[in-house]
Design a protein around this ligand. Structure first.
Ligand SMILES: [Zn+2]
Length: 116
């Protein structure tokens, strides 16, 4: 979106939500790059509603592989970008192990559902 130059930029405070989310690229073989200068370089994807490849602009961040270069909106449409950090996985049920009470006792596995 192009900002209207006649509309003043609103003051931002530390409490404002950022306009840009955290972005993660985890696809093997893909890297992030930045377009430098006025040399004509194109995104290798035709955006919906357009009929031609669009140019990357000076200073624009893009993702690239050995074969392709995509602007961030096209990379998002392709499903290459993620907006959440990798989690530690789904929480698992806790299994309680009761230690042996007496010498010679064995461990006893207690199903947590049986405690409810
Ligand atoms: Zn694009």
């Amino acid at each position: 979106m192009i900002r209207d130059p006649n509309v003043p930029i609103p003051e931002r405070t530390d409490q404002d939500e950022p306009n840009v989310p955290r972005v993660f690229l985890r696809e093997p073989g893909w890297r992030v790059g930045m377009k430098h200068g006025s040399e004509r370089e194109f995104c290798h994807n035709i955006a919906p509603g357009e009929e031609a490849y669009h140019r990357l602009s000076d200073g624009e961040l893009f993702v690239h592989s050995a074969d392709e270069r995509l602007c961030l909106p096209c990379a998002d449409r392709r499903g290459l970008l993620h907006f959440e950090p990798k989690g530690l996985g789904k929480a698992r049920d806790i299994i309680e192990l009761d230690g042996p009470a007496q010498p010679g006792d064995t461990f006893k596995v207690i199903d947590p559902k049986a405690l409810d």
